[in-house]
Each structure stands twice: as C-alpha cells, then as structure tokens.
Design a protein around this ligand. Structure first.
Ligand code: FE2
Length: 574
C-alpha cells in the first residue's frame, strides 16, 4: 500500500509548528521555536519542515496534502479570487504564473475549510482548515473516545473564540459558536496585561499567582462588572473595559475604564507582586472559571455526552482543568498534549485525514514523544567538540535517582523530544521534591523566575491516587490538570507543593516513557516516594532545549549540576 502523507502546519500567529501524519498516525511533530531558538516564534516553520522531510527521508513531492490551522477565506466575505483572470487588483499579478502554469484553483465554499489545488504540478494540495475545527480535531482525533462533547476556547480564530461541538466516529459537528469580541481568552489576556505581564504568553504566571490565600471578594465584584453570563449559554464582555481595535496607537487590551475600576495608574510588572495584584489574579481565576463552567454546563445540555474534549490555548489553565470532573456532569476528560495553537499542525492534518477524507477512526497512539531524536554519535561529537570529560552510565536510572536524592540538579535529555509546552521527561530538569531548598536553588541558578511560581512533580501512574485527590482520575500524562496534595503528604513534598497545597502533576508509565518510569522507581527505593520534581530544560525566556548542542550550552550557562544525554553524563566539579 502506498503511504499517505499529510504535512500539517501552524503558522501566522505564535507557536509555529509542523508535523507529518502518515496513514493517520502522528509520525513526527516539531515546534519551530525549538530549532530557530526564538521562543513562541511566529515565523513560517521552514526549519521544522526540512527536518521532518530529512528525518523521514522523503521529498515534498511525496506529501499528498498540506494543511494549516487557519482559513483566510473566512475573511473574504465579499470577494472571491478564483483564478488570475478574475483577480482584480494590480498586486494579484503575483498570482498570474502560478494560477495559469500550475492551474491553481481555490475552492472556498466547502464548509469549514478551503482547498487549493495545482493541476499541473507535483506540489501537494493545500487545505486551510478553520482554526477552531483544527483545535477540536487536535483534541478529538488524538483521544480514544468514539464520541465526545467538544469545547474549544482561545483568544480568537478567524472570528470564533469559542465553539461547542460533538465528535462522533470520524466526524466533528460544530453545534454553536461564539465570535469576537466576546472571548474568554481575551478576557484573561486583558487582565494579564493589566497585571503587568505579557498577554497571549504569560497567563500561566497570573494563574500561579492566584493560589495565594487572600480574600478577594471585593475584586470579584469588580471583575463581574466586566462581563455578563447569557441565558443561551454564552457570555459577553462589557465593551468599555476592553480595547478591541487592532488599529490606531493602542498597544494593549485594557481601557482607561478598567484601570480606573481597579484604581491602577499604569500596568507595571513586579517580580514580587503586590497584595493588590495577587487579589486581582485570584478574582480573575474565579471569574474565568465561572464563565468556563457556564460554557461547560451549556455544552452538556447540548450533547448529553459524558466524554469531554477540551482544546484551545485557554485550556492551558490547569487549575480550571483540575476541577471539571468534580464540578460538571462530564465523567471523562481528554485534553491533548498541545492544546494551544502549537497543536493545530496536528489538528488540521487529522481533520483532513478523518473529517474530509473520511478515513475510519482507529485507536490512536497519543504518545507525546513525537519530536526529534539524536543518535549517540551526534551526541558524542557535540561533547568531544567542546573537549569536555564525560562518562557513559551503565545504570543511568539509579544514578539519576541517587543524584536527585543528594539534592543535585540533574538535566535529563532522553530519546525523542516531547511535543507541546511542557517538558515530560525527555528534555527535563529533575530534582528532589523532598528538599526544602530545591525550589530556591533552581530559581536562583537556572530559572531566574518569580519566586511564587511552583515546580511540577512527576509520579508513577499507578501511584497518583495515593498522593493526590484526583476524583477517580487515573492518569494525567501531559500535566494537563492541577490536583490537591493529600493531607498526609502536606509538608513532606516542599519542592513541588504550590502555595494552595496543589500540584500540576504528570503521570508516567512504563509504556510511553520507560526510562523516566525506571528513574522514578529507583527514586522510590531510596526515598520512599515515587515522585520527582520535573521542570522544563531551559533557562527562563529561552525555548526548551532540542539538540545535544542546546543541552550542553544551557548546562554551562546555568547552575545545573549534572547533565545526562541518553547514557552520556557530564558533571560540573564543585
Ligand atoms: Fe487558537
């Protein structure tokens, strides 16, 4: 059987990425920032595409179709540029040759996608898939649910900010949607800016700040003035508090009225935020959850389906995600490993494979370790080029566990890279969760980040319920939810316990990440706990390391004690 290849892309906004879907399976996926080293890059993912073709030993002409998670036809309400003879502007001369020699055709009245074909060329067809359909597909087609309710939320797609849908076999039906200017993502982003952080970028810092135990009832009353929940299951923003124009000299989303409401003169960043800012962040989290639960209850009424898919950048809000099963009628939840736009390379490609080409939905491997891999000779070359002493570890699992127990900070680079925003044990920094000083040590020597922000734990999957209150949740493999630490363990795991006694835990099993699983087993033998601190292998502000060269550079530019790349070990002498 001839292989069917789809090259999926996300490009145009933040977090450019590319993936290859081979016969319906994610074969490889790469975030462009990991290669061009520009965090959240918007650049076209040309480096990722080249690496994918090189790694899979194929040419662009082997690709059957290309997809992208954005459909510009949505913006062409009146004008329909089919072929060059109908293009009406001088600038359209750019298309004369492609339109005529390659016979390029744009078919845009197809529902939730636009198809571009080139009849006289080997270049593959191009499908522009609606942004929120790409988000929905990234969730539903990576899940193993045969049917599920689907909620997507982000800042914006072409127009949509929220969609309510139903996935069934190989199809996704959009039931309802909400458009800009009413957007939950924008709501959170606006307050993120008001608190002095970067919108569409640092929302998780605001979420982490909301864990302080302060009374924020007054701030909740004020934020509630900024939106209305509607009887039809949607919501609306009160326009005087939000800047909607992308034009003019406004370069922020809050208005003077919003500044006045909170008696703030100017949005300013504080490394140690004031009590006032913390209270606003806590109230913001509360109100955002109120809106999200309003959506979720509406979705349940629409679908009556117990399975839930969440996708879109808003669902990087792990605090909200951890409460959903407890507070709604949904019983099973799946959030993909890259719910933000990063994952729309995968989502758009899977929508083509299933939704458009109507291939049968099969059990899918939702393993997030689909990134680049480096061979031992490449690793050895990178080390030797720098004339560094190294050792080959015979039992790296035991060695890493012992070093962590001795409060060393270990950078761990292993096999294929994970795809998504979080390090899941292939490009991770590991530490001792029992240590009282490990947080400060990592912050001062590597991360240089706000002191209130927590570090996450990784735990052996079967042990999750012993240490965390998880509402029957059996696994949380992508750190997608925050859970409370059980009372018996409060005070015993200071390295990974957040201010409100919660943790954004990752479960690890022997099938998808056996090396990390074995390290956790060894750590349990020594410490009694099958848990390690796991934070991303990068310095604050930089993308997570991808190659051995990145890893070695970051190791020497920071206070990391030990670097393990596959079985190669480098140690700093102290
Ligand atoms: Fe999005």
């Amino acid at each position: 059987m001839k292989n069917n290849y789809i090259l999926g892309l996300n490009s145009g906004e933040f977090n450019s990425s590319a993936c290859l879907i081979k016969n319906g399976e994610v074969k490889i996926a790469i975030q462009e920032e990991r290669l061009n080293r520009e965090k959240f890059t918007k650049k076209f993912p040309i480096n990722s595409i080249k690496k994918i073709l090189e790694t899979e030993k194929i040419e662009i002409s082997d690709i059957n179709n290309v997809t992208i998670g954005w459909n510009p036809s949505r913006h062409m309400v009146k004008y329909n540029p089919l072929v060059s003879s109908f293009r009406s502007l001088r600038e359209h001369n750019f298309y004369t040759i492609t339109d005529n020699l390659l016979n390029t055709k744009i078919d845009r009245d197809l529902g939730c996608f636009t198809k571009i074909t080139h009849e006289n060329s080997e270049f593959p067809n191009i499908y522009h898939i609606d942004h929120h359909m790409s988000h929905a597909s990234n969730g539903f087609f990576l899940s193993n649910f045969s049917s599920a309710a689907i909620l997507t939320c982000d800042f914006r797609g072409e127009y949509e900010s929220t969609t309510f849908g139903l996935g069934y076999n190989n199809q996704i039906k959009k039931i309802e949607s909400q458009n800009l200017p009413n957007s939950l993502g924008k709501f959170y982003a606006t307050f993120t800016e008001l608190l002095g952080y970067k919108s569409d970028n640092e929302e998780w810092k605001v979420m982490a700040m909301s864990a302080y135990d302060y009374d924020c009832r007054e701030e909740i009353k004020k934020i509630k003035k900024c939106y209305n929940l509607l009887d039809n299951g949607k919501f609306e923003l009160v326009s005087k508090y939000f800047e909607f124009s992308n034009l003019g000299n406004k370069n922020h989303f809050y208005t003077d009225d919003l500044l006045d409401l909170f008696n703030i003169k100017k949005a300013e960043y504080n490394f140690s935020p004031s009590k006032k800012k913390i209270k606003i962040s806590k109230a913001l989290q509360y109100c955002s959850e109120e809106i999200a639960f309003h959506f979720l209850n509406h979705l349940y009424k629409l679908t009556k389906n117990k399975n839930l898919i969440l996708s879109g950048g808003f669902f990087l809000n792990t605090v909200l995600n951890g409460k959903i099963i407890k507070k709604t009628n949904f019983k099973n939840l799946f959030i993909p490993y890259a719910p933000s736009d990063t994952g729309n390379s995968i989502g758009s490609a899977l929508y083509l494979h299933y939704g458009i080409l109507k291939n049968k939905k099969k059990q899918i491997d939702n393993n997030p370790f689909v990134g680049l891999n480096y061979q031992n000779d490449e690793i050895e070359k990178a080390i030797k080029r720098r004339k560094i002493n190294y050792k080959i570890l015979k039992n790296k699992h035991k060695f890493i566990a012992e070093q962590c127990f001795n409060n060393k900070i270990v950078a761990y680079f292993n096999d294929r890279m994970e795809f998504g925003d979080r390090a899941l044990g292939a490009r991770s920094i590991l530490g001792n969760p029992l240590s009282k000083i490990i947080k400060d040590k990592i912050n001062l020597s590597i991360k240089y980040r706000e002191k209130y922000r927590p570090f996450a734990p990784s735990i052996i999957e079967g042990q999750l319920n012993n240490y965390f209150s998880v509402n029957n949740c059996k696994k949380n493999p992508y750190m997608e939810r925050v859970f409370e630490i059980k009372k018996d363990y409060l005070g015993k795991l200071p390295g990974i316990t957040h201010l409100d006694s919660t943790a954004r835990v990752q479960t690890v099993n022997n099938k998808t990440n056996s090396d990390f699983y074995k390290i956790l087993l060894e750590f349990k033998k020594i410490s009694g706990y099958p848990i390690l601190l796991n934070t991303s292998f990068n310095i604050n502000g930089e993308p997570i390391v991808c190659s051995p060269d990145d890893a070695i550079n970051t190791f020497f530019n920071s206070g990391i004690d030990i670097l393990v790349i596959n079985n190669f070990m480098i140690e700093k002498k102290t």
